[in-house]
Write a protein that binds this ligand. Structure first.
Ligand SMILES: *Cc1c(COP(=O)(O)O)cnc(C)c1O
Length: 430
């Protein structure tokens, strides 16, 4: 399988090149040249399959030409060292708990898979690989953890000043590890811009083999398709339901939505999708009125979705061949205010006895607005509520014992201004 750039200004590349470069030479994002359709028979007994078996079938269809089956199997098994339960709320609503990985967020799936693919490709090359990633919260910890101890790979995580919870920060600072964290005096969008600039810096690229572990890397994205099939399988298994399924996706940078749409094109029998934005409503607005207008992100209680310029939008328009009406028919968008997010957390805890995190609550609030009688709704619960103790306490009164004490960092903290020059200086030294 070859992978082409959404900008179409550079030639298609192999899987290896797509993974190791992260971003296409023309600045576009990679997509597979061909989206394989899963044979219908797969769905006949999907409800009896576990997530690893499902993942293996889907992965093999996309990666099978480039990797041996045994390698794909090993990477899938090492990725899913945890389960992804589908938990019923009140009638017709379900929560897909994607937070049972080591850093308690769905980003573990993509990060663990990608780390192992990069480890596979860098083994025996004799040249170390440097992974650059910008995080608004959860991806940094997931990437740091996912790459922990992968030989020959060094990870550099950029995060915006003041945005991470103590737990998220602690997940970045492992003593003596192959992980380096850099705090940027700016926003997440600044971090993303700086990473992009590093990739287009020919001098830096001559010194290091650079790759990205952001959701822009195609191997972060591909494994996220697996759990959409798994959610469907679990629903059929629990409830015998095979039609009228609606999936609500708490969205920021649109990695999960892109994976959902890839899964849909591969044959996932879902009726439609919902994009749930917080007050950063760029995608919801686009789906409503067709105008994509990036803007500065504002801070919300669902902070991992505080994104003002979601980079995966080019993949999404590409997957629909620019057919906006087809896209807006399949995907509805809603923007949910902080007060409605907190209210949904509080209500769900009171009425269903289920504790949502603010991101899952955003998705449930959007689902409630959109779901029609007879439909079954699946909400992606993207993080464990313990990762967001403040809004959880505010909405429900539940407090968690602090998972980390704020003692001195395990590794000296590096803080830089939001300029590419400052980042470049560091990257050229190490
Ligand atoms: C990253 C993140 C999101 C947003 O996911 P995208 O795929 O970037 O849209 C939602 N919830 C949580 C908890 C996250 O960490």
């Amino acid at each position: 399988m070859r992978f082409y750039s959404t900008n179409r200004q550079s030639a298609p590349v192999t899987l290896r090149e797509a993974v190791m470069t992260g971003l296409a030479a023309d600045g576009g994002l990679f997509l597979p040249e061909r989206i394989p359709v899963i044979p219908g028979a797969f769905f006949n007994n999907i409800s009896e399959m576990g997530i690893r078996d499902i993942a293996y079938v889907v992965a093999d269809l996309i990666l099978g030409e480039d990797m041996e089956s045994s390698v794909i199997k090993r990477i899938v098994n090492e990725t899913f060292t945890f389960e992804v339960p589908l938990v019923p709320l009140t009638s017709d609503r379900y929560v897909l708990e994607l937070f049972h990985g080591p850093t308690l967020a769905f980003k573990d799936v993509g990060a663990r898979f990608l780390a192992r693919v990069i480890g596979y490709y860098s083994a025996g090359t004799g040249r170390g690989v440097k992974v650059l990633v910008a995080t608004s919260g959860d991806s940094g910890g997931a990437v740091a953890n996912g790459f922990l101890g992968i030989p020959g790979v060094e990870v550099c995580v950029l995060y915006p000043h003041g945005l991470l919870t103590p737990l998220q920060r602690a997940q970045l600072y492992y003593p003596g590890s192959n992980i380096r964290a850099i705090e940027v005096l700016g926003s997440f969008d600044d971090c993303q811009r700086m990473v992009k600039q590093a990739f287009s810096d020919p001098v830096l690229r001559a010194v290091h083999t650079l790759t990205s572990a952001n959701s822009i890397n195609i191997c972060r994205l591909l494994p996220q398709t697996f759990y959409f099939f798994h959610a469907y399988a679990s629903l059929v298994h629990t409830d015998g339901v095979g039609s009228g399924v609606v999936m609500s996706i708490p969205s920021g940078n649109l990695g999960n939505l892109t994976a959902a749409l890839l899964a849909y094109r591969m044959g996932l029998p879902v009726k439609r999708f919902i994009v749930a934005n917080n007050a950063n409503s760029v995608t919801a607005d686009y789906l409503r009125d067709g105008v994509f207008a990036p803007r500065r992100a504002v801070r919300t209680v669902a902070a991992a979705m505080d994104v003002g310029n979601p980079s995966n939008i080019s993949r999404i328009t590409e997957l629909f061949d620019g057919d906006y009406s087809a896209l807006s028919e399949l995907v509805a968008g809603y923007s949910i205010s902080d007060s409605e997010i907190l209210e949904t957390m509080s209500e769900t805890y009171r009425d269903d006895g289920y504790l949502l995190d603010p991101h899952g609550a955003t998705a449930l609030a959007a689902l409630k607005r959109d779901i029609k009688p007879g439909e079954k709704g699946v909400v992606l619960e993207t993080a464990h509520p313990a990762k967001f103790p403040r809004p959880v306490a505010e909405a429900t009164g539940i407090t968690f014992a602090p998972a980390v004490r704020q003692e001195k960092p395990l590794r000296k903290e590096v803080r830089i201004s939001a300029s590419y020059d400052a980042l470049r200086k560091i990257l050229m030294q190490v």
